[in-house]
Write a protein that binds this ligand. Structure first.
Ligand code: NAD
Ligand code: 0WE
Length: 261
């Protein structure tokens, strides 16, 4: 029997075979969960359908999280397939590229700030709100992905750090709301991984090398390792864990920046 046998999970945020959400989907499938997926736009539809097929799923639904109606339609349509939902995985972030370079104050604008908060933080609350009726009273679990730039000013992460701080506060407030209904809410703070969202980021190579040098495990984390912790956090083995930010980063966050470099 798998960790998640009999559970149904909605995965939001697969874009490629390097996506953290894909690592999570594969681990959840292996542990016996039934999966459904959303895709951001038609450009990604075919790819997500293929990933769904590889994990025994034929439920793929469109959802641009910046559009209210697309969020509500996902759960209406999901409910036509499934009477309930046990697991919601949110693996989505976006800030305008100019905001992820150089000086935070130099690039920040009102529009850029609001857009990053909307797609990277509000969307978790919005999906959680819409999923709530389907998840009530089932020992369900919601999970999102965050990054250490929420609690430390990291070079270039800038606006995304502010959005992740907001996302992490969301985790705690959502956990407080949903705990009495039996639903847990947590986040994984992953170390840097070369995904589409990380490609083209200035200095990523250097930072991956830095983590390799100073993290206690002397290497970077993989999407498979993030997937395994996600499966645990969304399983009944984590039944007393909620409102938490769990670091899956080869220990990087626990050491001083000089480390053994
Ligand atoms: P990715 O590019 O594979 O995934 C990002 C996803 O966000 C994509 O599937 C994209 O379609 C989706 N997305 C963006 N805007 C959207 C919108 N408006 N509507 C719907 N979907 C939208 O990259 P990833 O690295 O797997 O990122 C997933 C999550 O992991 C993000 O929250 C990211 O901040 C977080 N994270 C990434 C790293 C890393 O180094 N890669 C580290 C820690 C946390
Ligand atoms: O959360 C992220 C990245 C999220 C992200 C990525 C992009 C690139 C393309 C959000 N918005 C955009 N907008 C785009 O136009 N990570 C944790 C990966 C990441 O991003 C960084 C990093 C790391 C690590 C940005 C600067 C410095 C380090």
């Amino acid at each position: 029997m798998g960790l998640l046998t009999g559970k149904r999970a909605l995965i939001v945020g697969v874009a490629s075979n390097r996506s953290i959400a894909w690592g999570i989907a594969q681990a959840m499938h292996r542990e016996g969960a039934e999966l459904a997926y959303t895709y951001q736009n038609e450009k990604l539809q075919g790819r997500v359908e293929k990933f769904a097929g590889e994990t025994g799923s034929d439920i793929t639904l469109p959802c641009d999280v910046s559009v209210d109606e697309e969020i509500s339609d996902v759960f209406t349509r999901l409910n036509e397939h499934w009477p309930h939902l046990d697991i919601l995985v949110h693996s989505v972030a976006f800030a305008d590229r100019e905001l992820l370079e150089g000086d935070y104050l130099g690039s920040i604008t009102r529009e850029g700030f609001l857009r990053a908060q909307d797609i990277s933080a509000y969307s978790f609350a919005a999906l959680g709100k819409a999923a709530r009726p389907l998840m009530q009273g089932r020992n369900g679990a919601m999970l999102t992905l965050t990054y250490i730039g929420s609690v430390r000013a990291m070079p270039n992460y800038n606006m995304m750090g502010i959005a992740k701080a907001s996302l992490e506060a969301n985790v705690r407030y959502m956990a407080a709301d949903l705990g009495p209904e039996g639903t847990r809410v947590n986040a994984i703070s992953a170390g840097p991984i070369r995904t589409l969202a990380a490609s083209g980021i200035k200095g990523l190579r250097g930072f991956l090398n830095h983590v390799e040098k100073v993290s206690p495990l002397r290497r970077n984390v993989t999407i498979e390792e993030v997937g395994n912790v996600a499966a645990f956090l969304c399983s009944d083995y984590a039944s007393a864990v909620t409102g938490e930010i769990t670091y899956v980063d080869c220990g990087y966050n626990t050491v001083g920046s000089e480390g053994q470099e």
